[in-house]
Design a protein around this ligand. Structure first.
Ligand code: PGA
Length: 235
């Protein structure tokens, strides 16, 4: 595990973006696992800036997003499809046919199996970007999630629903279910880049990185990942 403690959101974003950029420059055909939430927004901004300067070609990349809410259309501004499009995909030259985000609109079980098979068919994820929830979740793998699971449908924790209510006009509109890559899908990534920002994440990050490994703190299993890089800022 390599931990970079940096100062402020800007530096966290730049440091994490630099690592992703290095991954892309070393292997322009990289398979990236991507995350949503407030933490990675600055990382995506840095990638877009680099692309706009003509220094980052994303045309060879394949991407797999961690999760998506159930019950929201792709055009819904709260959906993760919309988030990824507005923060990254519409702003760089990633090929649309190489973008993958779980689609909970049809037969979810089938979709989940196909999602895992597709990741496998691409040789796995080279670099997985991750945020961390206040309850230690990664993706939407809430406390108590089994380690051996692949992509699946979950009931969101009450604490996650409350944390995400800030993005919705009406807290009652926060979806109660989502599809997420499983713990196993995440652990199979060759490298994992965990980012965290702010005093509020300090306690759960410390618990995850240095506390007991337990399904009750999902991110704690990352201690076993040989390619874990953590970039975090407490201020
Ligand atoms: P945040 O969410 O980036 O909005 O804090 C992280 C997460 O819940 O994984």
């Amino acid at each position: 595990m390599r931990v970079y403690q940096v100062s402020g959101y800007r530096e966290m974003s730049q440091r994490a973006a630099d690592l992703i950029i290095a991954q892309i420059l070393l292997n322009p055909q990289s398979v990236l696992g991507l995350a949503t939430g407030s933490t990675p927004i600055g990382v995506y901004e840095r990638l877009v800036e680099k692309h706009n300067r003509g220094e980052l070609d994303c045309s060879g990349l394949t991407t797999f997003n961690l999760d998506e809410y159930c019950g929201l259309s792709e055009e819904d501004p709260q959906s993760y499809h919309y988030f990824m499009n507005s923060h990254l995909f519409s702003k760089v030259n990633i090929r649309k046919d190489k973008i993958h985000i779980p689609d909970p609109s049809g037969d979810i079980e089938k979709e989940c199996k196909q999602y895992d098979s597709l990741i496998e068919a691409h040789g796995g994820i080279d670099l997985q970007l991750l945020g961390i929830g206040n309850n230690g979740h990664i993706g939407f793998n809430e406390p108590g999630t089994v380690y051996e699971g692949g992509t699946h449908c979950v009931d969101l924790d009450e604490s996650t629903i409350q944390a995400n209510a800030r993005f919705f006009d009406n807290p009652d509109d926060v979806p109660r279910k989502a599809v997420t890559m499983g713990m196993k899908s995440i652990m199979l990534a060759k490298k994992v880049l965990l980012i965290a920002n702010g005093e509020a994440k300090k306690a759960i990050l410390e618990k995850s990185l240095y506390g007991p490994i337990t399904p009750m703190v999902p991110a704690s299993v990352l201690q076993l990942h040989p390619g874990l890089i953590v970039v975090w800022s407490a201020d």
